[in-house]
Write a new protein. Sequence first.
Length: 292
Amino acid sequence: MDWSDLRIFLAIAREGTLGAAARKIGQTQPTMGRRLRALETALGQTLFQRTADGFVLTDEGTAVLRHAERIEDEALALERHVSGAETQLDGLLRLSSSDWFGTVMLSPVIAAFGKRHPKVTVELLTDARLYSLPRREADLVFRIKPFSEPEVISRKLLHIPYALYGRKGSKPPRAGDGSAVRVVTMNAEFADMPDAVWLKRTLPNAEVASRSNNRQAQAELCASGGGLAVLPRLLGDRDRRLIALDIGTTPPGRDTYVGYHRDMKRLARLRALLDLVIERLAEPRGVARVRA
């Protein structure tokens, strides 16, 4: 196997097409295709699925990607050591989180990280899907459920309190009733979430005005007069159109966890970003840096 072909492989994995990868590293498209085929032959594996939209990593390609990026990191570290150049991280990191958490909590951290390490590209994926760390669908995952996969390294990041919100000027409803009250809540797929269960139990006679699995959409509906909503305080308190309502009981909060695959433990750019996330977001107690 020609180790320089791994550079070709990484470019195609990151750019998605032969043409874009060729432009990225200054090679011709036929050369890129020929060297990719040579690498696949040497490994005895098909690394990409060729589709109409471009090149998609196979399971084997995903496994090779993790090793190739570590080799790349070591090669760059050697170059820096030999040349005496300052440390400069580069490459791609893919993060997954819920919509509001990515927008409100992670975006400022990613922006600060970009100023420190401008050659690292960070992709932020925000939807309800649980991205797989072993399949390298994401490098860092933030979620409200603890990680149980044995190959995942994880930690609790912070506890997020929730509150019942209404449009400014709203009067608190009476707990245990909710008559003549309209509410915004989770859709059926997430109806068993603790805050949705609490809202239904606390205001049993309330009318469901709308449902959404998007917290920011719920906040906007609430602020526009669409109904009361249970929101994370880190989201609701920043909207001046909203007010937290005291009804003598509060909805349950949620813990947020961050996890990454153990094979990524020595990836310098992941460690640098995770350190910054912990520095900016983690609760004071138990703060720890990522160790080799």
